[in-house]
Design a protein around this ligand. Structure first.
Ligand code: ADP
Length: 353
């Protein structure tokens, strides 16, 4: 295990800065997900931590020691990629055993490999070649190979993106379970905010080579640093209301005067924080334009009559609305999230005049 620290870590290609002076501290044994839109620098950061990409400036520390110039092999890291990179001519057993050869006596090695195969439910497939496996099984072999060496640091680069939805969920559970069992400091790259939310102790939200926010999943969800974070995390995407819309929505609540006192802001409410109410009395009205039915719940997309904003709200299976219906809208929470219109920064209460 290792703790990992980035101090002013940068990466440039020619005049293009891909990662811009990142500072980050990852605790021993934590599971940290790096998430962000395509091209924001996630893979580059992971490869720098692995030692596969050079560091342009700044420092990378493992357990307090600078490792900028330490070779990948010497760093005690294991990496699992999106493509499985297995040896095609070796069996599952030998693929896992390969990295352990010469590190321990044969009986211990055999015991180790069998144990890892068992934990990843690969025992029955030990004699097969990679080409005789499904994509999910191959990815499990790649993970088995990585964890068999009990690395201090495990790195995953979008390991589930080649799997179908069912297998993705199953392998996601396995990775969470394994992390608990093995305890290696784990850094996991994904563009999928749901993976980030469900797997991690902490999330790094990267955007354009900078860290937008570093925090626990719930912290990031409930207290997003800015509008970008609020809109990236959470599904469906958070609703953003103009101030005049929010004033109507909250008209009947004590928050109305607070909202009225705000300067130039936009206000955020998640789908489950909005509800449909009878038309009479509601001061914000909307027309239903799309109904996404999930059986246990539905997402209702409505267009506000006055402002033409598309909002989404979550409904239980009991409520019955149809496309074309006009409904009243009301908040389920006492206050919305407040973001500065210009900078996008989230404003705490009393900060927003
Ligand atoms: P992500 O993993 O978040 O999709 P990457 O780390 O792969 O993003 O890439 C970040 C940025 O760095 C992208 O804009 C990409 O075009 C650029 N980049 C990556 N590798 C190189 C390279 N070898 N030369 C120039 N630009 C690169």
């Amino acid at each position: 295990m290792a703790n990992i620290e980035l101090k002013g870590l940068s990466k440039s290609y020619g005049h293009t800065t891909v990662l811009d002076a990142l500072n980050l501290s990852i605790a021993n044994g934590d599971f940290v997900t790096i998430v962000g839109p395509s091209g924001c620098g996630k893979s580059t950061l992971l490869r720098m931590i692995a030692g596969l990409d050079t560091i342009s400036s700044g420092h990378l520390f493992f357990d307090g020691k600078i490792v900028n110039d330490i070779a990948p092999k010497e760093r005690g890291v294991a990496m699992v990629f999106q493509s499985y990179a297995l040896y095609p001519h070796l069996s599952v057993y030998d693929n896992v055993a390969f990295g352990l050869k010469g590190r321990m006596p044969k009986p211990a090695l055999r015991e180790k490999v069998l144990d890892v195969l068992e934990r990843l439910q690969l025992s029955k497939l030990a004699k097969r070649l990679p080409k005789q496996l499904s994509g999910g099984q191959r990815q499990r072999v790649a993970i088995a190979r990585a964890i068999s060496r009990e690395p201090g640091v495990m790195l995953f680069d979008e390991p589930l993106s080649n799997l179908d939805a069912g297998l993705r969920n199953q392998t996601r559970l396995e990775i969470a379970r394994l992390h608990r069992a093995v305890g290696s400091t784990t850094i996991y790259v994904t563009h999928d905010q749901a993976e980030a939310m469900t797997l991690s102790d902490k999330i790094v939200l990267l955007n354009g080579g900078r860290i937008e926010q570093f925090g626990s999943p719930l912290d990031i969800y409930r207290r997003p640093a800015n509008r970008f974070v609020a809109e990236f995390i959470g599904s469906p995407k958070i609703n953003m209301l103009q101030k005049n819309e929010a004033l109507l929505l909250f008209a009947a609540t004590p928050s109305a005067s607070d909202i009225g006192a705000l300067g130039d802001v936009v206000l955020g409410l998640r789908a489950h924080e909005l509800e449909a109410v009878p038309l009479d009395g509601a001061s914000l009205k909307a027309r239903v334009s799309v109904v996404e039915e999930y059986g246990d719940r539905a997402y209702i997309y409505v267009e506000t009559e006055k402002f033409n904003t598309l909002l989404v709200m979550e409904m239980t299976a009991m409520e019955d609305v149809k496309v074309g219906d006009v409904v009243g809208l009301a908040p389920r929470v006492p206050e919305p999230l407040v973001f500065d219109l210009e900078s996008g920064a989230r404003l705490e209460k009393g900060q927003a005049a």
